[in-house]
Design a protein around this ligand. Structure first.
Ligand SMILES: [Zn+2]
Length: 116
């Protein structure tokens, strides 16, 4: 999911129409201070994607505990089924061992797997 937080927040502020889900998304954003959960890099709006740690298809909710922001390439690493793509992105992002373990944990939570 590509989530443009800036436009979203601004439009809703003007119309004063925040729902509980909006509040949770904002909480997730502010807790992370606009940074990628894995790399810690500050994210521009176009690079920022909202990820459900437990997928909605498995009962995951729009709560601050279940929502994290990821850089788009890290998000791709979490969901891809393509092993070559995964390693290409890992090399490109130059992840540390600890960051790679975080991605592996997120893949496990998401139920991601590689086609062999
Ligand atoms: Zn995701």
């Amino acid at each position: 999911m590509n989530f443009n937080f800036d436009n979203y927040f601004f439009g809703k502020t003007q119309r004063n129409e925040f729902s509980d889900n909006d509040s949770c998304r904002m909480a997730a954003f502010f807790v992370q201070d606009g940074r990628c959960y894995v790399t810690g890099m500050t994210l521009r709006s176009g690079e920022r994607q909202l990820h459900h740690r437990l997928p909605k298809s498995k009962g995951g909710k729009d709560t601050p505990e279940n929502l994290i922001f990821l850089e788009s390439r890290v998000h791709r690493m979490v969901h891809t089924n393509n092993y070559d793509e995964y390693w290409t992105l890992e090399k490109e992002l130059n992840l540390t061992d600890a960051q790679s373990k975080m991605v592996e944990q997120l893949r496990y939570e998401a139920g991601s797997y590689f086609y062999v």
